[in-house]
Design a protein around this ligand. Structure first.
Ligand SMILES: [Mn+2]
Length: 288
C-alpha cells in the first residue's frame, strides 16, 4: 500500500526516475565532512535535502517546467570513509569521471565545499577548459587555512591552481583583503550574462551560505548580509541560457536549523538547478 511506502519515497529526491538508460542528469550525494573549521554536520545534508524535497511541488513557477517531465536519477550517496580526506577526494573524482564518461550531467549534494575541487579536476580532464560560477558568502581563495592546503576555505584557490582562471563569484561578503584582490565579483545578473560566452562550459558551485542566515541558518559558517531566494532566480535565468555541465549544492548543515527551512531552501535550489541543467540541454540540442 502507498501509505507504507513513505520512508522509501523520502529516501530519494522527489520525482527521481528509475529508468537509468534514459537519464540525462544524475543526482549524487557526497557527504564529505572533514575540514569544517567552525562547525560541521554537512555529512547529514544529502539525506536531509532529499527528505525536504517531498515538501515541494515538482513544478517550477519560475521556469514553467515540471521535474516530472525531466529524466533525472538520484543515484544515492558515495560511501566516504570518515578520517581519510585524500582517499575521499579520490573517490569523488572517480565517481564524477564515471558520470562524465556516460555523457550525463550531474548535480552533487554536499558535503562541505572542498568536494568541488575533485569534481572540477575531473571536469577539466574531460573538457580541457571550463569556467566556474561560484555562489558563496566567502571568497574561499585562501592559500592555506588553519595550516591546511585542502580546506573548505581554500577550495577556489586550489581550483585556480589547476588552471581554472575564469571564476565568477556572486554574493561574496567575507574574505581577507588579499582574497578580495584576487576575486572576480559579479554584482548583478546582467553582468553575469555579459561576462560569459554561450558556448563556454560552465560548472556551477552553490554554497548555501550565500543566502542570508535569517533564511538559511543551517550552514557551517553563517554570514550576515546575504541574498534571499527571489534574488537568486534572475541569476538562474541567465544560467539557463548558458552551457552548464554540472553543479553542486554544498555546506548545508541541516541540524543547526530545527525549523527544517534551510533544508527546504536547499531542496528548492536543487529543483531549480535540475531544471536549469535540463533547459540548458534543450538549448544545446540535447548534447552534452
Ligand atoms: Mn561559504
Amino acid at each position: 500500500m502507498g501509505r507504507h511506502m513513505r520512508t522509501v519515497l523520502y529516501s530519494s529526491f522527489i520525482s527521481s526516475k528509475e529508468a537509468l538508460k534514459d537519464t540525462k542528469i544524475k543526482l549524487l550525494g557526497c557527504p564529505l565532512d572533514e575540514t569544517s573549521s567552525f562547525r560541521g554536520g554537512t555529512r547529514f545534508a544529502p539525506d536531509s535535502i532529499r527528505k525536504a524535497s517531498w515538501t515541494l511541488e515538482t513544478f517550477s513557477p519560475y521556469f514553467k517546467l515540471d521535474l516530472d517531465e525531466i529524466y533525472f536519477t538520484d543515484i544515492g550517496n558515495l560511501d566516504l570513509p570518515q578520517g581519510n580526506l585524500l582517499f575521499s577526494l579520490e573517490i569523488i573524482e572517480n565517481a564524477i569521471k564515471e558520470i562524465i564518461s556516460e555523457k550525463k550531467r550531474f548535480v552533487v549534494l554536499g558535503g562541505e565545499h572542498l568536494i568541488t575541487f575533485p569534481i572540477v579536476k575531473a571536469l577539466k580532464d574531460a573538457y580541457g577548459h571550463i569556467s566556474v560560477v561560484h555562489f558563496d558568502a566567502h571568497c574561499d581563495l585562501r592559500d592555506q587555512y588553519e595550516g591546511q592546503k585542502l580546506s573548505h576555505a581554500t577550495v577556489l584557490k586550489r581550483i585556480k591552481e589547476i588552471g581554472i582562471l575564469r571564476i565568477f563569484q556572486i554574493g561574496i561578503r567575507s574574505g581577507t583583503k588579499e582574497e578580495f584582490d584576487e576575486s572576480y565579483i559579479i554584482d548583478n545578473p546582467e553582468e553575469l550574462s555579459q561576462a560569459i560566452e554561450k558556448t563556454e562550459p560552465i560548472y556551477l558551485t552553490f554554497d548555501m551560505d550565500v543566502f542570508d542566515p535569517s533564511l538559511v541558518p543551517g550552514v557551517t559558517t553563517p554570514e550576515p548580509g546575504g541574498l534571499f531566494f527571489s534574488e537568486i532566480i534572475p541569476y538562474l535565468k541567465v544560467l539557463s541560457k548558458l552551457h552548464i555541465i554540472g553543479a553542486d549544492v554544498v555546506e548545508l548543515s541541516p541540524d543547526y536549523d530545527t525549523s527544517f527551512v534551510s533544508s527546504i531552501c536547499a531542496a528548492k535550489m536543487v529543483r531549480e538547478i535540475i531544471i536549469v541543467l535540463s533547459s540548458n540541454s534543450f538549448h544545446n540540442g540535447g548534447e552534452i
